[in-house]
Design a protein around this ligand. Sequence first.
Ligand code: SF4
Length: 228
Amino acid sequence: MLEFFLNHISFQPDTLELLNKLHARPNSEHQRHLERLAEEAQAIAKPKAVYRVAAIDQRGEDYVVLGGTTFRSRILAVNLKQVYRAFPFVATCGVELDKWVASKDDTLDHFYADAIAERALRAAIQTLVDHITEHFRPDGLSEMNPGSLADWPLYEQKPLFSLLGDSPAMIGVSLLPGMLMTPAKSVSGIWFPKAESFASCQLCPMPKCPGRRAPYEPDLAARKYGIS
Ligand code: SF4
């Protein structure tokens, strides 16, 4: 199975975007505070990602066998219907930033540092998407993550980490007994080619979620996935 480690990801925190997102005033002491932390973070940050190219061996109504590993999800099975390969992955802000955030005792320092580490994770994810796009030219890309929908629960992290073998550990990511990951600013899942883009948020009614990436479509689960 082909595998790619993305270990040299450039990260330059955008302090103006952060200020705006954190509702802090520009040209204030908050901006200088944030800039100091952003400089500290940039000096040590090593966001990373790893992914594999896995063939779809078999599929059923509510399961798919990817690279010899079975995943149980009706929505994943439908999303991978027209696809012959997919990209299981883990991306992380890196252990360096994780320790740096944990070292911040002051509440505001910790809040800002956490937001900066989140941006480092996003940089890792974007680099991973760019890499897949450049090397495999998929007709669109979408992702699913274990635990983001009831149909694909968090315990499906187990087969995902089993499929990825030692690779997450090689970028500093471990799966905890409760199926969460450390560093906490890590994301795991499967990217797959999809012309018509998919986001779990389309199937999630969570009101006022700050992470929402697509509007909720109440009829989509029944219409497209046959789930009532
Ligand atoms: S709306 Fe929020 S909770 Fe629901 S899937 Fe999207 S990010 Fe996750």
